[in-house]
Ligand binder design. Structure first.
Ligand code: DX5
Ligand code: ZN
Length: 222
């Protein structure tokens, strides 16, 4: 299955509930929530209380992307806020295994993210614990950046690693700079979850979701 995960970072926060309802009604299966702490990344976004508020008015998979130092300290808060998937960065955890185990213990889907300069190889030892790998295709911190082409081979590498370990069910999410021009290449490289922030919320969000979703379906490897 292919999923589109609009990132609310580019939404209008004064009408957040409505913006999310619009993209879900248009067919987005997941909502991508970018949490930033101003330390792991040079930007601050929002935290668990905002997620808990929108959770009350939206029925979709909540995909929480934690760009924070030592996320293990806050996992409980995001579980309570209503996360379905929690993804942490390899680069931000002093004990990756303990962090992933804690997410797993909540019964949530477990994700591990790698930034553009991190090799796909670091994922290998953790693969059996993961439901999802997040390959960042921009430097984490800001929406609206351009897709970094050298991240494309990493998508293929992660898919190959997963195939070798018989993990057909592993989700591969790609995040940053995705739009109508490149979403099909991302899918063909092996991703099945595409995050899209500015390409969804700039302009008519419902139309953008429909367009991106149909491109994903057309571009899916047969
Ligand atoms: C970047 C975030 C992304 C980003 C996506 O740190 O993780 O989710 O906001 O936004 P676009 O699609 O505009 O690159
Ligand atoms: Zn993200």
């Amino acid at each position: 299955m292919y999923y589109l995960a609009p990132s609310i970072l580019s939404a209008d926060f004064s009408t957040l509930g409505n913006d999310i309802a619009t993209v879900v009604a248009a067919g987005a299966e997941m909502i991508h929530l970018d949490v930033m702490d101003g330390r792991f990344v040079p930007n601050i976004s929002f935290g668990a209380p905002v997620i808990a508020s929108v959770r009350k008015v939206v029925n979709a998979v909540f995909d929480v992307h934690l760009m924070i130092e030592e996320p293990i300290r806050y996992l409980e808060d995001f579980r309570k806020a209503g996360a379905d998937i929690i993804t942490v960065h390899y680069e931000s955890c002093s004990d990756v295994k303990a962090t992933l185990k804690k997410i797993e213990s909540f019964g949530l889907k477990v994700g591990l993210a790698i930034s553009p300069d991190t090799s796909a190889e670091v994922i290998r030892p953790y693969l059996p614990m993961l439901d999802m790998v997040l390959v960042m295709s921009v430097y984490p911190g800001f929406g609206g950046q351009s897709f970094i082409e050298h991240c494309m081979p990493k998508i293929r590498e992660v898919r190959k690693m997963a195939d070798e370990q018989g993990m057909d069910e592993l989700w591969i999410e790609v995040d940053g700079g995705i739009g109508a021009a490149n979403i099909q290449s991302v899918i063909q490289a092996g991703a099945n979850v595409c995050v899209a922030g500015s390409s969804v919320f700039r302009g008519n969000a419902a139309e953008n979701v429909r367009k991106l979703k149909s491109l994903m379906t057309e571009g899916s490897p047969k």
